[in-house]
Design a protein around this ligand. Structure first.
Ligand SMILES: [Mg+2]
Length: 349
């Protein structure tokens, strides 16, 4: 099954409702869809999402069209790890972390989709499944929402059957965070997991101060308290706090995760498919985390659900509210796994 063609389709449009976290306004829906075709007449597709910067999808498209795609023409499409390693070597000179990894991930996911379709099974079965449904929580507490809106969306998440909710913090002073956390807790009740996410907003001293406050309020985890790449600060913070530190969505490649695990700087690891390096790398990072006894909760959902089904240390898939059309429903707070061959058409984002 030789690769004959790699094509790209790019879209980017403004969001109808821009969302905000502590450091960024996410005001666009951008996508770069990559299709890998073979001489067997079977193709695989991936979809890479961008929440802001209109030029990012076409930049990734050019990288795949002009550099990564041509490099894999003629290769055996089933040699997924070999192709991943080849593309890492190819992009080393320009820096594999960053957009190059987005491209390697896009091809990796398309190849897994292709392999699943060629064998007639969903990818999670190829990885060796560990579970048939994935516990999920709702990331719904964005900072542009005022307190009544925040309470309303958390109530909807509970009605839809999510096991917990996550809210953004760090957009203002600690007192504002505490007011918003209290308002959410009043809606969801005492026993429901409530996660807080600072999106890298704090320095170490502020992260210690706020982390103690979130911990006192019983929050489930403190996500991205610090600049993502600062492993030493994560280690020092973890020594100071009882609340688990969750991070990983802005780390690239396995080495960056290994250093975090070895140092003890993370309590819940959250790789992102685009930045960690695709299904292959997320699976390998997840197994490495399992070896360190670290739980795994994906950043976002979508194709990531196949990895979550296979890992031994999965605790959650992240989701927004469910689609209003009723196309996805939860059972006992868990996402169902797709049954179609490959990666499937629906996604949990
Ligand atoms: Mg986050």
């Amino acid at each position: 099954m030789k690769i004959t063609k790699v094509t790209v389709q790019v879209t980017s449009e403004p969001k109808q409702h821009a969302i905000r976290d502590a450091i960024q306004l996410l005001d666009r829906n951008g996508r770069c869809d990559v299709t890998v075709e073979t001489d067997a007449g079977i193709s695989g597709t991936s979809s890479t999402y961008f929440g802001r910067v209109a030029s990012s999808p076409p930049l990734l498209g050019a990288l795949v069209t002009e550099q990564l795609g041509p490099a894999i023409i003629g290769q055996d499409a089933t040699m997924i790890r070999h192709i991943r390693d080849q593309l890492r070597t190819l992009t080393d000179y320009q820096g594999t972390a960053g957009l190059s990894t987005f491209g390697i991930s896009a091809i990796d996911q398309a190849l897994w989709d292709l392999l699943g379709k060629s064998l007639g099974v969903p990818v999670w079965k190829l990885l060796g499944a560990n579970r048939t449904a994935i516990p999920t929580y709702a990331m719904v507490g964005w900072l542009e929402l005022d307190v009544p809106q925040l309470q309303d969306v958390c109530a909807r998440a509970m009605e839809q059957g999510f096991q917990g909710v996550k809210m953004k913090v760090g957009g203002g002073p600690l007192a504002e965070d505490l007011e918003r956390i209290g308002a959410v807790r009043a809606v969801i009740g005492d026993g429901v997991p409530l996660m807080v996410d600072a999106n890298q907003a704090f320095d170490l001293a502020e992260a210690i101060r706020r982390g103690r406050a979130y911990s006192d309020l019983g929050c489930r985890w403190f996500e991205e308290p610090l600049r993502a790449a600062d492993t030493a600060a994560h280690v020092r913070l973890a020594e100071k706090l009882d609340i688990p530190i969750a991070t990983g969505e802005n780390r690239y490649g396995q080495e960056q995760f290994r250093d975090l695990f070895v140092g003890g700087g993370v309590g819940v690891v959250q790789p992102d498919l685009r930045r960690a390096g695709g299904l292959t790398d997320c699976y390998e990072i997840g197994l490495m985390a399992a070896g360190f006894g670290i739980p795994y909760a994906s950043h976002g959902g979508g194709a990531h659900i196949h990895v979550l089904a296979a890992l031994p240390n999965t605790i959650y898939v992240e989701s927004g509210l469910l689609p209003a059309d009723g196309s996805v429903t939860l059972t006992d707070g868990c996402y169902p796994l797709p049954t179609e061959p490959g990666l499937s058409s629906w996604s949990a984002h």
